[in-house]
Design a binder for this molecule. Structure first.
Ligand code: AMP
Ligand code: MG
Length: 404
């Protein structure tokens, strides 16, 4: 039975994604600074890559039909990489190196290991196939082809490919500007001694790290007192400078939980309370025209809800064409009996039993236990109202995949 007051994860995600507007600001960066950025336009190949036929090995370029058994063929030229070759004199070979352009008139390259060098030239000791060891012009990228589509996130691989096409400056979507607001009168930043009743603000740092890894720009990072006016004032101020406000805490049902109340009164609250564990009180809405993702306060809930709900939403707003994580199905190395109508995300990690992979879960899954998140490498999913026994297949997402 589902709880009518809790939104199922799929519905919550569908709602957030339908609300997720892609950033429209475009900026141009040096190729060297493009790592992790999202391409704002299609990249068509301006000229063939490689630009000419070239040798795949160190050896000799020749025309296959000039070879006669056991007969030496004179070497008439030497073509280092980087030089424009002259046409090959008929009946001769050219010394050639990996990456050197193939001279006109040659149709094959013989590796130097297959050749005997004599006083009168080279003797080829191997079968030669026409075209062998030649990398063809345009074999990597042909002029006019779509090399990389808009929405591609630039990895080192794409940086190299863009360079191979001669691209020096790249149009990319602006980074998503995010404001982090931690709420709670009990919070103190590390570096200050704790007075009675206080705890350190850990969510702020978890979120700073997550947002940096997600390629967002944190434009504001403040701690909010549990006070209605101050909450409203800071949310409105954050709305002016950011594309997204992420809050932690203050979305539960206590009278000190002002974020949700302020959204309801002065902005809008389109989602509150999700059927997931941890993370039930998650809220989503907007204030001053800026979307607000209200994460729960408990440190492990922040991490889980950011990965499971925040990332798909952020990914879409970043304009990334990337697919959502698929996870892996791996046998469980734990047992859990969930009579809950909430889908549970366990802090987990992949281990091996014998030579087989299994998923182990941290023993204490309380949402206040942040050490579990450092032990874990990912999240294992326990579906609603399900009992998992050791050996049962569960879906496991690594943190790296969830952040990708
Ligand atoms: P709340 O939803 O505001 O009631 O917070 C739930 C729990 O999370 C409480 O125990 C808070 O003290 C704790 N909490 C809230 N915000 C933070 C934070 N930024 N860092 C560490 N713990 C927090
Ligand atoms: Mg609080």
């Amino acid at each position: 039975m589902g709880n009518p007051n809790l939104t199922p994860l799929e519905d919550a995600l569908a709602h957030l994604l339908s609300e997720a507007r892609v950033v429209t600001r475009v900026e141009t960066v040096d190729l060297a600074d493009s790592l992790g950025r999202v391409l704002a336009e299609n990249h068509y190949v301006p000229a063939d890559v490689p630009p000419a036929d070239n040798s795949a090995v160190d050896g000799y370029a020749l025309r296959k039909q000039d070879l006669a058994e056991n007969q030496a063929i004179p070497v008439s030229a030497r073509i280092p990489a980087g030089e424009a070759p002259k046409a090959l004199a008929p009946g001769t070979a050219a010394r050639i190196f990996t990456g050197s352009e193939i001279p006109e008139g040659a149709d094959s390259v013989v590796m130097q290991e297959r050749v005997e060098v004599t006083d009168t030239g080279i003797v080829v000791n191997a079968e030669v196939t026409e075209g062998q060891n030649i990398r063809r012009q345009g074999q990597d990228l042909a002029r006019g082809d779509l090399a990389l589509a808009k929405g591609t996130q630039v990895r080192p691989n794409e940086m190299g490919l863009l360079a191979s096409m001669g691209v020096a400056r790249v149009a990319v979507l602006a980074r998503l500007k995010v404001a982090i607001l931690s709420t709670g009168d009990e919070l103190v930043d590390p570096g200050t001694p704790l007075a009675p009743g206080q705890i350190y603000n850990s969510n702020r740092y978890t979120l700073l790290g997550l947002l940096a890894q997600a390629g967002c720009e944190v434009v504001l990072c403040e701690t909010l007192r549990d006070q209605r006016e101050a909450t409203l004032e800071t949310l409105l101020r954050a709305a002016e400078s950011s594309d997204l406000i992420i809050t932690s805490g203050g979305v539960s049902v206590g009278e000190e939980d002002h974020v949700r109340a302020v959204l309801e009164e002065s902005g809008n609250l389109s989602l509150w309370r999700m059927a997931i564990k941890p993370g039930k009180p998650l809220a989503f809405g907007a204030i001053g025209g800026t979307p607000v993702l209200g994460l729960p306060g408990n440190p492990a809930s922040v991490l889980v809800t950011f990965f499971v709900v925040g990332m798909p939403y952020i990914r879409k707003r970043q304009g990334r064409s990337h697919q959502n994580p698929a996870g892996e199905r791996i046998p469980a190395d734990f047992s859990i009996s969930s009579t809950s109508a909430r889908r549970e995300f366990l802090r987990a990690r992949k281990e091996t039993r014998g030579s087989d992979p299994v998923v182990a879960a941290f023993p204490n899954q309380s949402s206040g236990i942040l050490s579990s998140a450092c032990w874990a490498h990912g999240l294992a999913v326990v579906p609603e109202n399900t009992t998992v026994s050791p050996g049962d297949l569960v879906i496991y997402y690594s943190f790296a995949e969830l952040l990708s």
